[in-house]
Design a binder for this molecule. Structure first.
Ligand SMILES: Nc1nc2c(ncn2[C@@H]2O[C@H](COP(=O)(O)OP(=O)(O)OP(=O)(O)O)[C@@H](O)[C@H]2O)c(=O)[nH]1
Length: 412
C-alpha cells in the first residue's frame, strides 16, 4: 500500500470513528431523557411498576404496610422451605412427605396473604392477623421438624425468626401465649417422632432439644415483649407530641384573652391576602377598631372588668361576622377586621351592625352596669399597595372617628 494511501486510510479512520460516534450519539436513544419517546417509555414503565405494586400491596397506605410486612415474613418462610427441600434432595430424604408439607405450607401462606390483601382481615381486631400468622408458621415449622430428620435443627432458627417477627406487635400476654404454643407444637412433634422413629430422633437428643427450646423461647418472648412495650411507649409519646404541637400552634396563632387570632398570625394572613388579591385582582376591606374610653372602664371597674369587656366584644363580633371574615386582636383594646372579596358598602353595613350590637351590650359588675362602644376606620385595600399603607389609611380614619366623638365607623 502506498504511503499516501496508507496515510489516508489511517488518517481517515479516526474521522470515520468520529462520524460513527456522532451517528451513534445522534441515533434516537429511547433511554435518553431528550428522546421524544423517553417520557412515554418512563410512563409505561412507571405504570407497570405501579400496577404491580398496587396489585400486590393495594393502594391504602395502612394496607400496603400490612401486606408488605406479611409478604416479608412469607418470603422468609419460602426461602426456609427452599433450604429444607435442597437438604432433602442432597441427603436423599424421602421426598413425598416433604412435598406434601411444602404444598400445604404454600397453601397456608397464600391463604394468609389473600385474607390480608383482600381486606377480609379488617373485620378482626388485629387486621395484620399476627397471632394466626405466627401459629400457622409455627405449625409449618414443627411439622417440618418431624420430616427433616438429620437436618431438623434448621427449624430452630426458623422458629426464632417467627417469634421475633410477630412479637413486636404483640402484647406481653399474647407473646407468652404464642411461645407456649410453640413449645407445645415442637414438644408434640419431638414426642411423636421419638416414638415413631427413635433411630433418627433419639429420645435423649430430642429431650435436649426440647430443654433448650424451653429456655430460649420464653427468653425471646420476654425480650420481644420488652421491645414491644418500648415501641408502644414511643408511639404514645409521638401521639402526645403531635397533640402538644397542635396546641402550641393554636396558642401561637391565638390571643389568650379573647380567643381571636393574634397580631402575628393576622399579619401573615394579611400578607397572604395581599398576594392573593394581587393575583386575582379581587380586593379586600380592612377595618381598625378601637374600644372607646377603655382606660375609663379599667379605672372605674377594674382591670378584670376591662378584660371581660374585651371578651364580650370578641363574642358579639363573632356572632355578627361571617365565617370568612377574619377578626384579630391587634393589641390592647384594638382589633383588625379583614373581609375578603367584599365591597366597601357591604363591609360598612357589617361594621354598622357590629357597632349597634356592641352598644346594646350590657355588662354588670356587682351593682354597676356598663355599656361600651368602639370607633373604627374602614378602608379598601388598593391593588399594588402594601398592607402597611392600607392599615395607615384605616388608622387615620379611626383617628378621625375618635375625633368626631367616637362610637362611629368612618370609611373612605
Ligand atoms: N383590662 C385590660 N385593659 C387593657 C388591656 N390592654 C390594654 N388595656 C388598657 O386599655 C387602655 C387604653 O387606653 P387609651 O389608649 O388611653 O385609650 P382609651 O381610654 O380607650 O381612649 P380612646 O381610645 O381615645 O377612646 C389602657 O388603660 C390600657 O391599660 C387588656 O388586655 N386588658
Amino acid at each position: 500500500m502506498p504511503f499516501s494511501s496508507l496515510a489516508t486510510s489511517q488518517l481517515a479512520r479516526p474521522a470515520r470513528v468520529a462520524r460513527r460516534y456522532t451517528a451513534f450519539s445522534q441515533a434516537p436513544d429511547k433511554t435518553s431523557s431528550t428522546h421524544p419517546g423517553y417520557a412515554k417509555t418512563m410512563r409505561r414503565n412507571m405504570s407497570v411498576n405501579q400496577y404491580l405494586g398496587e396489585l400486590l400491596l393495594g393502594t391504602d397506605p395502612a394496607m400496603r404496610l400490612r401486606v408488605a410486612q406479611t409478604g416479608l415474613g412469607l418470603l422468609l418462610m419460602l426461602t426456609g422451605m427452599a433450604v429444607v427441600l435442597w437438604a432433602a434432595w442432597a441427603l436423599h430424604l424421602p421426598r413425598a412427605p416433604l412435598h406434601l408439607w411444602t404444598l400445604s405450607s404454600l397453601f397456608a401462606i397464600v391463604m394468609v396473604y389473600m385474607t390480608i390483601r383482600c381486606g377480609w382481615s379488617q373485620h378482626f381486631k388485629d387486621p395484620s392477623l399476627t397471632l394466626p400468622q405466627m401459629a400457622i408458621a409455627i405449625i409449618c415449622s414443627a411439622s417440618g421438624y418431624a420430616l427433616m430428620g438429620p437436618v431438623r435443627a434448621i427449624a430452630f432458627p426458623n422458629l426464632l425468626i417467627i417469634l421475633m417477627f410477630g412479637m413486636f406487635g404483640l402484647r406481653a400476654a399474647s407473646a407468652f401465649g404464642i411461645s407456649i404454643f410453640a413449645l407445645l407444637a415442637f414438644g408434640l412433634s419431638m414426642a411423636l417422632m421419638t416414638s415413631i422413629d427413635p433411630d433418627s430422633y433419639p429420645p435423649t437428643v430430642e429431650l435436649a432439644h426440647f430443654m433448650m427450646l424451653s429456655i430460649v423461647v420464653p427468653a425471646v418472648s420476654v425480650l420481644a415483649g420488652r421491645l414491644s412495650r418500648i415501641r408502644r411507649r414511643l408511639g404514645q409519646q409521638k401521639q402526645e407530641l403531635t397533640v402538644a404541637l397542635e396546641q402550641i400552634k393554636l396558642m401561637a396563632a391565638h390571643d389568650d384573652l379573647t380567643g381571636l387570632l393574634n397580631r402575628r398570625h393576622m399579619q401573615v394572613l394579611l400578607e397572604q391576602e395581599t398576594q392573593r388579591s394581587l393575583r386575582s385582582g379581587r380586593g379586600f376591606c380592612l377595618a381598625l377598631l378601637d374600644m372607646d374610653h377603655f382606660k375609663r372602664v379599667n379605672d372605674r371597674h377594674g382591670h378584670a372588668a376591662g378584660d371581660a369587656v374585651l371578651r364580650a366584644f370578641a363574642n358579639s363580633a363573632q356572632a355578627v361576622l361571617r365565617r370568612s371574615d377574619v377578626l384579630a386582636r391587634w393589641g390592647g383594646e384594638e382589633f383588625v377586621l379583614m373581609q375578603a372579596d367584599t365591597s366597601i358598602e357591604f363591609s360598612r353595613a357589617t361594621m354598622e351592625r357590629l357597632r349597634e350590637q356592641v352598644t346594646k351590650l350590657e355588662l354588670t359588675f356587682g351593682e354597676k352596669r356598663l355599656h361600651v362602644s368602639f370607633s373604627a376606620g374602614l378602608t379598601e385595600h388598593r391593588a399594588g399597595e402594601s398592607v402597611t399603607q392600607t392599615l395607615e389609611r384605616a388608622d387615620r380614619l379611626l383617628y378621625d372617628a375618635k375625633a368626631q366623638g367616637r362610637n362611629r365607623v368612618l370609611a373612605d
